[in-house]
Design a protein around this ligand. Structure first.
Ligand SMILES: [Fe+2]
Length: 335
């Protein structure tokens, strides 16, 4: 049973209940499950307890002397430090009105007395698991938001590539989904796709937006954006998985790419996939040195370059996915 629950030997639960017998039953069940139970006899004592210790969850009776459960809940939610603590009400069958009132105030979980210790543990574990899952999702979203800001910085400097990183990421994600990449890899692709040109921040705007041909020196400067980007990101632990995208999206299957002249499968698959998405988007949109080309023409270019610039196994998959998505988009427009 324990192995199926969250490993939480130091998780603290605050139990607010005026009946010492019920409190003890609950506290015992919690301790058996590895939780630390702090106890209070009413809402006021509960608030005093909260000043000393911040629990991971509050379990509170509704009907109590001095300060009842609803008043206690409202007081808890008023304090910004306590607003996110999960809250479960203990109610009796006769307190339908209190349940309704609690719902209006935002209480999500109820447990009806008499308490079955087994149900109690199940509900607490489920609630803590849900809270942890939400926290993980929020942190993930925060990471993504930060990455988007960084990506916008690149695009803000490079007038011709507006929307480029979003589209490149989308194309690569379509293919990665088709290939059933694991979730963690998809997550890194979301970040890596957006950050792949981050090193361009260091390239002077005059070079970045130059409409004519680049000199050898300028071209050398441009090429350094892969290694420069990787250097910028390498110390950020949670973005380590983006380095293959940043470093290798300009490598070519025949070994003539940069920065390392890697050849064939020496190039990490992340780089091989992003190369296709990057070139497809570059050619289908207008740049200083060319106008936007038609999807069909670009597909033909990719096909011809398969085994030269691009991975010969990945290229037909990329083309299939792009064709399929395009056909879907056209069909949707018609309806
Ligand atoms: Fe690039």
């Amino acid at each position: 049973m324990r192995s199926l629950t969250i490993p939480t030997p130091e998780r603290i639960i605050l139990v607010v209940e005026d009946s010492p017998q019920i409190r003890n039953v609950i506290a015992r069940a919690l301790m058996m499950e590895g939780y630390i139970a702090h106890q209070a006899g009413n809402g006021l004592d509960g608030l005093k307890m909260l000043e000393k210790v911040t629990p991971h969850l509050i379990l509170s009776d509704v009907n109590m002397p001095q300060m009842d459960g609803l008043q206690f809940f409202q007081a808890v939610r008023k304090n910004p430090a306590w607003t996110t603590i999960p809250f479960i009400f203990l109610t009796s069958h006769s307190s339908a009105e209190a349940i309704q009132r609690g719902r209006e105030l935002g209480v999500e979980d109820y447990l009806t007395k008499p308490i079955d210790p087994h149900d109690l543990i199940k509900i607490i574990n489920a609630r803590l698991y849900r809270t942890a899952a939400v926290e993980v999702a929020q942190v993930g979203q925060a990471y993504l938001d930060t990455v988007k800001v960084l990506a916008n910085v690149i695009e803000g400097r490079d007038h011709y590539t507006r929307g480029h990183v979003e589209r490149v990421t989308t194309y690569a994600m379509w293919v990665a989904n088709e290939l059933n990449w694991p979730l963690q890899q998809l997550r890194m692709l979301e970040f890596g796709g957006r950050l792949h040109d981050i090193g361009k921040i260091l390239i002077p705007a005059s070079v970045l937006n130059k409409p004519g041909r680049l000199t050898d020196d300028e071209w050398g400067m441009m090429k350094r954006h892969t290694i420069a980007g990787a250097k910028m990101l390498r110390d950020i632990q949670h973005l380590h998985g983006t380095l293959p995208y940043v470093l290798y999206h300009h490598e070519k299957w025949d070994g003539t790419g940069y920065p390392k002249n890697l050849r064939g499968k020496e190039i990490p698959v992340q780089g091989r996939l992003l190369a296709l998405a990057d070139v497809y988007d570059a050619l289908t949109t207008a740049r200083p040195y060319h106008t936007a080309r038609k999807h069909e023409d670009v597909i033909e270019i990719l096909r011809k370059d398969s085994g030269i610039h691009f991975d010969p196994k990945l290229t037909p998959i990329f083309i299939d996915v792009l064709n399929k998505r395009r056909a879907q988009a056209v069909a949707q427009k018609k309806t």
